[in-house]
Design a protein around this ligand. Structure first.
Ligand code: GLA
Length: 735
């Protein structure tokens, strides 16, 4: 059905397969939000809105003496400013006369086939098979000439609506934007809703928190210059009763890698306003006459099928419409071994070749040379920015090293941290002005490194040239793109004093340009993102990298939580997960089962493993390949919550046609003489018969889902189980 405009009622309704979203050009041409939820066909939802004379409310001047119309009580698509709505706003603009007013009235709209585009930032894309329509609604302030263009794209089959916003200065004088939120959704009654977010920290990213809405502004955000370890640009608003399996859930996922803000405000009338976009902190953006400023895209999803249903919408959509890399679907990801926890920066070419030789016996396809190969980098105090091979370490040269690895039948990958610079580097000595640093002040160091001023064209060009030169010098199959500090000392040499409020955002735009120049020009390279682990794990980054390092924390038990939290929005196919030495008393097989909850690889010195351990690893690498299609293409189910007390954590992948499933369980706690525990499967065909791990016995899907699988009790601590559940030719008829 796509986008339906009802000119008589002045409603515009966006329909996906199972959801509807409605707005209306209403009183005095303000754009009202009327509905987001299950399909409403062609109903006009304006009957819900009642207007009263509310004490102290502001009434637009054109309402004359009518006191019942106030924007403070009205659900809106995009808020005005200084027009009597005192809730949190979509926009804060300073006009040329110094006033802060924006009185946006709908002046135009148009519906087009296909997906709208943004010129400066990544967005999701529509493929040929997607039925996508876009809507643009223009709100204009008649006095200042400021126009806001609201953009919507409706992905009908995927049940996804995206939104973005542009501000056009159609006036004669420059204006300053202090705040621009990409999305505003006003819910008529939010008192029974919960907010779920993914807060965390270094080593413990994307833990899950759920809080009831109270009469406050609940904020999630980052001011660290990147989307951060501490918060993720994702939020769920759901019914208080919503569980994994049932209940209304709304998701908001922001395609932006810099400072962001989401605010959920339960107002005096129990209405809930949700806004999300670039964080206004230290953001002042000048928009000259005729210029346009774009805000990033928000990907919205709604379902009545609970948190799992919401995750499935995002997983499916992000697996098909986010990243164009051939490694998303066409080419299977390699099993990799990374040198970091094996050698840190203490390696040379011989050591790497030896690790590769041992790793080959473990079924590994790709050796990744992590930090330490460039400049004079022997520890983390120097050389960032000097992207030249250190031939004291790689004595044979990069080209030759890669050849040696290739001769072993393996592929080669390399690590970069393009955005950073060490003071002890040739680059810093030559171009101190390329660093983010405030004149006359000492810069904040973090890991003893500083950030390059990514807003500068020369810096961008240098990085594109340097990184590409290395990537093109040898047969490189994989690149890990890291960033290991938050930004401070926001100041650019290239901007005048009165435009320093643009630098945070210009950094992000510069970064995207560099990524375009490196990643898009190397379609055959597999890119993995990283930020001191999983610190910039956001959909904009995932539009470039098909996979992202979840965390520097490789402890398998912590990983259960990390994977659980990350899975609320991001598919398993994006989650970089390795077996490492972390968790010494945890069996290798258990580590492998956990790493198969992601892209699977190793992060240890393979030469230190015994033959028996190498054989276990080989067996696990083979299992990963065997189950790859289920892990990467299947629906993902969180079967238990590792944050609540329990004796085991379980999760499951199920192929869309329900023919195969992989159910994994890790026993995290052994209770003495405790009860028999069962794990109930999800997503199977209740009427079909299934085998488990190719054994003869048959189980009905209904039994496995309703009674569950008994989990062996008499096992060593931290034992893991993997149940490969496969549909048998037999069915339940006659059983
Ligand atoms: C970060 C990454 C690690 C590793 C180091 C190298 O911490 O998360 O995986 O690459 O940097 O310095």
């Amino acid at each position: 059905m796509g986008i339906i405009v009802n000119e008589k009622c002045r409603t515009i309704t966006l329909h996906t397969k199972n959801t509807s979203y409605q707005m209306k050009i209403g009183n005095l041409d303000y754009l009202f939000h009327l509905y987001y939820g299950p399909t409403i066909y062609d109903a006009d939802m304006s009957y819900q809105i009642k207007q009263y004379d509310r004490g102290f409310s502001g009434n637009p001047y054109e309402s004359r003496n009518a006191r019942t119309f106030s924007l403070d009580a009205q659900p809106q698509e995009f808020t005005t400013q200084q027009q009597g709505d005192f809730r949190t706003t979509s926009i804060e603009v300073i006009n040329s006369d110094g006033s802060y007013s924006f009185n946006g009235k709908a002046v135009d709209y148009r519906v087009t086939k296909g997906k709208y585009r943004l010129d400066t930032m990544p967005t999701v894309f529509a493929s040929k098979e997607d039925h996508v329509e876009s809507l643009e609604v223009t709100l204009a302030d008649a006095v200042s000439g400021v126009q806001v263009i609201l953009m919507y794209a409706v992905f009908e089959e995927a049940d996804i609506i995206t939104r973005a916003v542009k501000v056009k200065n159609a006036g004669e004088e420059r204006i300053h934007l202090n705040k621009l939120m990409s999305v505003c959704v006003d819910f008529l009654n939010g008192s029974g809703m919960d907010l779920i977010s993914l807060p965390g920290r270094y080593g413990q990213e994307r833990q899950v928190e759920r809080q009831p809405m109270t009469h406050h502004i609940h904020t999630i955000g980052s001011v660290r210059g990147s989307s951060s370890h501490q918060q993720n640009p994702f939020a769920i608003l759901c019914d208080r009763e919503a569980t994994e399996d049932y209940g209304k859930c709304y998701g908001f996922s922001l395609m932006y890698s810099g400072n962001f803000l989401a605010e959920a405000e339960l107002d005096q009338y129990d209405q809930l306003r949700f806004v999300m976009g670039i964080n206004p902190k230290q953001f002042v953006y000048e928009v000259g006459p005729g210029e346009v400023f774009e805000g990033p895209e928000v990907v919205m999803a709604f379902t009545t099928k609970g948190l799992t249903g919401l995750s499935h919408l995002y997983h499916d959509f992000y697996r098909s419409n986010l990243c164009q890399s051939k490694f998303v679907r066409e080419v299977q990801r390699p099993v990799l071994i990374n040198s970091w926890e094996a050698a840190f920066m203490d390696f040379d070419d011989v050591k790497l070749v030896n690790i590769a030789k041992a790793a080959r016996n473990m079924g590994v396809d790709l050796l990744v040379m992590d930090d330490g190969w460039f400049g004079k980098r022997d520890d983390d105090n120097s050389s960032l920015g000097d992207w030249f091979v250190n031939e004291d370490k790689i004595k044979c040269g990069l080209h030759n090293l890669v050849e040696q690895i290739n001769d072993l039948g393996m592929k080669f990958g390399i690590w970069f941290e393009p955005e950073m610079v060490s003071e002890d580097s040739r680059l810093y000595r030559t171009h101190p002005e390329w660093t983010m640093q405030i004149p006359g002040r000492h810069a904040v160091r973090s890991r003893n490194q500083m950030a390059l001023d990514m807003s500068r064209r020369e810096v961008q060009d240098y990085l594109i040239e340097r990184v590409n030169a290395i990537l093109d010098d040898a047969n490189i199959y994989y690149m890990k793109w890291d960033i290991n500090r938050s930004l401070a000392d926001i100041w650019s040499n290239a901007q005048p004093a009165d435009r320093q409020g643009e630098v945070y955002h210009r950094y992000v735009l510069g970064l995207y340009r560099v990524m375009d120049g490196i990643i898009k020009t190397h379609p055959d390279i597999l890119f993995e993102g990283c930020s001191g682990g999983g610190g910039r794990y956001d959909p904009a980054m995932l539009s470039y990298y098909p996979q992202y390092w979840v965390s520097d924390n490789n402890h398998p038990i912590d990983r259960l939580k990390l994977h659980y939290g990350t899975s609320f929005v991001y598919p398993v196919s994006t989650m970089g997960a390795h077996i490492s030495d972390s968790g010494r008393f945890i069996p290798l097989r258990t580590k492998a089962v956990v790493a198969m909850g992601g892209t699977f690889g190793y992060e240890l010195d393979a030469t230190h493993l015994s033959e028996e351990e190498q054989a276990i690893c080989r067996e696990q690498s083979d299992l990963f390949r065997k189950y790859y299609h289920i892990i990467f293409e299947g629906d993902y189910y969180r079967l238990s919550n590792p944050f609540t007390v329990g004796n085991m954590t379980a999760w499951q992948h199920v192929l869309k046609d329900k023919s195969e499933s992989l159910l994994s369980v890790v026993v995290t706690n052994l209770t003495c003489n405790g009860p028999q525990e069962y794990v109930k499967a999800k997503g199977l065909d209740p009427m079909a018969m299934y085998t488990i791990n190719d054994e003869e016995e048959l189980y009905s899907g209904s039994a496995l889902m309703n009674a569950g699988i008994p989990i062996e009790r008499e096992v060593p601590e931290y034992t893991a189980f993997q149940f490969h559940i496969k549909k048998s030719e037999q069915n339940t008829e006659g059983v």
